[in-house]
Design a protein around this ligand. Structure first.
Ligand code: GCU
Length: 345
């Protein structure tokens, strides 16, 4: 399977400075007219934010609280309304709507952005981050990430930071996975990028890319045998009801990127941009606390409901995953970013 890739040139500079200096609203590529007047930059207008998580997922809770604090601190000038459960569309659709100016913000899994700028691939590779702390330190460092995060401006997108997805693990309907051999022939759902396909193939499985919201019924009807995700999504999406075997492959620490329409972002005053950055960083701390509690709770609850958790042969998985990461680091930018991430380990 191949995905459309568009290489986008970067804008140099520190995130705050780079984003602050990214030019005026009319440089952005959103159409002047769009559904519901969403391209308007009028202060106080409802800014629609799309997430694909349930209301009780930490991602959604942290973003709703962030929206509240933004409304308060800007006297309603920045009025974000978060729409959960993918009601504004699955992530690929939300990304298109954001580019078209139909919606204003979205929480997008890092692999979605790889299809717009391959440098984002480094954020979504096995064996890059050693821990959530390591990942968050890297991905919310404005000096390190500013250039990449402002590289999608001509797609009307500005990335403003990241929440963790924690370690992603394989779960399935048939048996515990301990070694890559156990995944032979297993059809595993992945997110929609080439690397995710290669990753699951290297782990021994057969990859099936599909939207997050389709996974439950695909598991239930046997279209797929398993999926890979964190314990939070395992329970909030009720995948535990249909896939009982959860194996700690810890193949990837994923990230969810908070993306704002460039047209909207560039319409904010410098002061409002600063408030956003400040409140976003505060929301990362809040998210991390919610996250730890959610993982603990999800594990306990799914266990009580009959799920079986097991450790895997970590060395065996590491051995098949290392070549995937190596092969994915192709461009100079990708190699430099990977080195910078590893230097922070
Ligand atoms: C996680 C992540 C989502 C992503 C999902 C997926 O839940 O937080 O952003 O869409 O995984 O596997 O698609």
């Amino acid at each position: 399977m191949s995905f459309k890739r568009i290489v986008v040139g970067g804008v140099a500079g520190v995130l705050m400075l780079a984003l602050g200096a990214c030019g005026s609203a009319d440089q952005a590529s959103a159409p002047s007219q769009s559904v519901g007047g969403a391209s308007s930059t009028e202060p106080g207008r409802e800014l629609k934010m799309s997430t694909n998580q349930t209301e009780d997922h930490p991602n959604n809770v942290a973003l709703m609280n962030l929206a509240d604090r933004m409304r308060e601190r800007t006297d309603g000038r920045i009025n974000i309304v978060v729409y959960a459960n993918a009601v504004l569309g699955a992530q690929t659709d939300s990304m298109a709507s954001l580019q078209e100016g139909v919606i204003d913000l979205a929480s997008l899994s890092a692999p979605q952005l790889v299809n717009l700028n391959p440098d984002f691939q480094v954020l979504d590779l096995p064996l890059v981050f050693d821990s959530i702390e390591h990942q968050m330190k890297a991905l919310n460092d404005p000096e390190l990430m500013g250039e990449l995060y402002s590289s999608l401006e001509d797609k009307n997108m500005v990335v403003t930071g990241a929440y963790t997805q924690g370690s992603r693990n394989v779960y399935n309907t048939t048996r515990p996975v301990v070694t890559p051999d156990d995944m032979k022939g297993m059809k595993i759902r992945v997110q929609e990028t080439d690397m995710q396909v290669k990753m699951v193939e290297a782990m021994g499985g057969v990859a099936s890319p599909m939207a997050f919201g389709e996974v439950y019924s695909a598991l239930q009807t046997g279209v797929i045998d398993g999926a890979e995700n964190n314990e939070a999504s395992y329970i909030t999406m009720k995948h535990n009801e249909v896939a009982k075997y959860y194996s700690y492959t810890r193949h990837l620490i994923g990230a969810d990127m908070t993306v704002v329409s460039a047209k909207v972002y560039n319409s904010w005053s410098d002061e409002d941009k600063e408030i956003w950055q400040e409140e976003f960083l505060a929301s990362v701390d809040e998210f991390n606390e919610l996250w730890d509690a959610k993982i603990k709770d999800a594990t306990e609850q799914t266990k009580a409901a009959g799920s079986q958790f097991n450790e895997v042969d970590a060395d065996a998985f590491r051995a098949v995953l290392a070549p995937v990461t190596e092969a994915a680091l192709v461009t100079e930018n990708q190699k430099a970013l990977y080195k910078a991430f590893r230097d922070l380990a």
